[in-house]
Design a protein around this ligand. Structure first.
Ligand SMILES: C[S@@+](CC[C@H](N)C(=O)[O-])C[C@H]1O[C@@H](n2cnc3c(N)ncnc32)[C@H](O)[C@@H]1O
Length: 258
């Protein structure tokens, strides 16, 4: 079985579409995992993934790289707090937000803290999704080690977390502002009618084709005047065609209908 065959089998058996991920990266990672497991060919590795849940989880972990933290890229979150969210709050009485590829929840919970500080009592709902079920369980628990909070101010730590044996537990009531569920950006239907989409540090793993498809769907999901917030090292190639205008570094705004 060659690599293409492996990808097809993984898709058919586990419903994971590897075709959207950058080939070189994916091959290198899969190769590393295979040698770690002492497996020499793709077919044997595919069979191992089918029968050994630990090997499958290891493969998923490699594919999904969950690295994140609260207020990742603080400068960008400052723009979100000082410019983008105030503008959206001034125009809409209820904000609908999607944190796509949210990992362990640090990203959507960062947005909750900003909104609660900016406009206490404001109306909003955050949907947070990821392909990785295991990391979504972590997000729902909302318990974090101190290193993930290095960009959280002392005031916010005090206001939004309680400590438990050295860990930080996100406020139970505010946790309910975020609903977590599994969603694969490469094949599941997209949420619509949104004012803000945050999708950061995941595009980098996808092929150019997959990135274009995702950005097109994000644009369709946004209300006119809504914002898309992407990672600092990411870009949107055909924003004009997608009716997205670049506003500030990492922020794109859906063009309003004339
Ligand atoms: C590096 S983390 C980024 C987390 C957060 N957005 C941030 O910027 O800190 C990438 C996340 O993308 C998720 N992911 C990978 N492939 C995905 C897919 N096809 N659909 C949805 N999420 C995916 C991974 O599970 C992982 O949690």
């Amino acid at each position: 079985m060659d690599f293409e065959g492996f990808k097809r089998r993984v898709h058919a058996t586990f419903n994971i579409d590897l075709a959207g991920y950058k080939e070189t990266q994916l091959r290198r990672r899969t190769g590393n995992l295979m040698s770690r497991r002492g497996v020499a060919d793709y077919f044997t590795y595919y069979q191992l993934l089918k029968r050994d849940s630990a090997a499958f989880q290891e493969f998923m972990d490699y594919l999904t790289i969950n690295v994140t933290e609260f207020f990742r890229d603080p400068g960008m979150f400052e723009v979100l707090e000082k410019e983008v969210l105030p503008e959206l709050l001034s125009r809409r009485s209820f904000l609908r937000i999607w944190s796509a590829a949210c990992s362990n929840g640090a990203e959507p919970y960062s947005v909750v803290m900003i909104l609660e500080d900016l406009a206490p009592g404001c109306h909003y709902r955050i949907e947070a999704t990821d392909i990785d079920k295991k990391i979504l369980e972590v997000a729902k628990r909302g318990v974090y080690s101190a290193d993930l909070l290095k960009n959280v101010s002392g005031v916010r730590k005090e206001k939004y977390f309680r400590t438990d044996h050295g860990s930080f537990v996100f406020d139970e009531k505010l946790k309910k502002r975020v609903s977590f569920r599994r969603h694969d950006l490469l094949k599941d239907p997209y949420i619509t009618g949104l004012d803000l989409i945050i999708c950061r540090n995941v595009q980098i793993y996808f092929t150019r084709d997959a990135q274009d498809r995702i950005m097109r769907q994000f644009s369709e999901s946004l209300n006119p005047g809504g914002y898309l917030f992407i990672g600092s090292s990411e870009t949107i190639f055909n924003c004009r065609e997608l009716k997205l205008e670049k506003r500030l570094l990492s922020f794109y705004r859906k063009v309003e209908a004339r």
